[in-house]
Design a binder for this molecule. Structure first.
Ligand code: ATP
Length: 363
């Protein structure tokens, strides 16, 4: 099993820098996702770890050993890509056994390990079939079995679920987590899907334009985004330009045009050192839309301001409202209790200061 260390790795293609200096510690046994939109450099990073691309600068280590110059077939990695096709003219058992044969493992041990790998992905009886006789989801499980049968130090997965339809994707997500927990293998997972990264990862590395925006546990990056990019990429957020008026005590006082004065607990604004312009982020599901003057039953000092519903995006269980509050249009996602508010309705918009985050980046 392997811990992976990236030390200031850079990847340039001609004059274009796809990955800016990037350092990352991936502890042994961890499931780490590289998350970001198309073109942010996540696949390039994974391909450098895999040995499919040489870094322009920096070192890559597995278990403390520098592997920059170790060729791909000697890195002992398991790879699964979105389109990592199985060999069509070989049986499933032959496909799974391929890496073992390449490593000179004898037939009896090969059969034993193939059987164990097929059991692990819960397809014990398909060894004699051919890939085209399996569904897309089953083929992806076989690709996973083929990757882990060699007992790699690290498993590298590049959007392995993205070719599957939505329901199957969610099933496979659960399956992938079970398998990773069962064998405890260090895993680097590339995805542009926030829900996938939140559900699967021990740590998420959020990337944008070839740079790391934030690294943290799923709950941390979700509830305490460091940058506007992270706040917007992981779910719907409102970003409100605000002015800090006092940061000298255990609370941080600020003002903005939508909510007026707000006093935040210090831990929601750890980076703020003094008065000045800041960016406040609040998740759409943390804004409550209530009838004007409705009693606040939360027992907390929520700030309440009047607004008008401009657009309702009905989602069944919840509704997404676009609400005009002064000069701002805010987004709120609320569970529907009874019927949703109608467009044009006058409402109150409530916000608990502890649900706000002051971003680390300057306003
Ligand atoms: P996607 O999800 O679309 O694969 P990504 O985040 O994985 O996106 P990368 O594939 O890592 O993005 O690409 C990062 C940037 O590097 C992109 O702008 C891409 O066009 C560029 N790039 C990747 N490979 C090459 C290459 N071989 N030559 C030139 N530019 C490249």
């Amino acid at each position: 099993m392997g811990a992976v260390t990236l030390q200031n790795i850079v990847k340039r293609f001609g004059s274009f820098t796809a990955v800016h200096p990037m350092s990352l510690e991936i502890p042994e046994g961890a499931f780490v996702s590289l998350l970001g939109p198309s073109g942010c450099g996540k696949t390039t990073t994974l391909r450098m770890i895999a040995g499919l691309l040489d870094p322009s600068e920096g070192d890559i280590q597995i278990n403390g050993r520098r592997i920059n110059d170790v060729p791909i077939h000697k890195r002992n990695l398991g790879l699964v890509f979105q389109n990592y096709a199985l060999f069509p003219h070989r049986t499933i058992a032959e496909n799974v056994a391929f890496g073992l044969k390449f490593r000179g493992v004898d037939k009896a041990e090969r059969d034993e390990r193939v059987k164990k790998a097929l059991d692990l992905v819960q397809l014990p009886d398909v060894g004699d079939r051919y890939p085209k006789q399996l569904s897309g989801g089953q083929q992806q499980r076989i690709a996973l079995a083929r990757a882990i049968v060699i007992e790699p130090d690290v498993l590298l997965l590049d959007e392995p679920l993205s070719a599957l339809d939505a329901n199957l994707r969610e099933d496979m997500r659960v399956e992938l987590k079970r398998i990773q927990h069962q064998i405890g293998i260090t895993t680097v997972f590339v995805t542009h899907d926030q829900a996938e990264a939140l559900a699967l990862s021990d740590r998420i590395v959020v990337m944008s334009n070839g740079r790391v925006e934030q690294v943290g546990a799923p709950e941390d990056v979700y509830t305490t985004p460091a940058t506007e990019f992270v706040a917007r990429f992981l779910g719907a957020s409102n970003i409100l330009p605000s002015t800090c008026t006092d940061a000298s005590g255990t609370t941080v006082a600020l003002e903005n045009s939508a909510f007026g004065k707000l006093v935040l607990p210090r831990e929601r604004a750890p980076h703020v050192t003094g008065p000045g312009a800041v960016k406040l982020a609040v998740r759409a599901e943390k804004l409550s839309i209530v009838a004007p003057g409705a009693a606040d039953v939360t027992g907390e000092d929520a700030v309440s301001v009047p607004g008008v519903i401009e657009t309702v995006d009905y989602q069944g269980l919840a509704a997404r409202y676009f609400v005009r509050v002064g000069d701002e249009q805010l987004q709120a996602i609320n569970m529907i209790d009874g019927s949703p508010f109608a467009e044009g309705a006058a409402v109150d918009v409530r916000l608990r200061p502890r649900d706000c985050t002051i971003l680390a980046e300057a306003a």
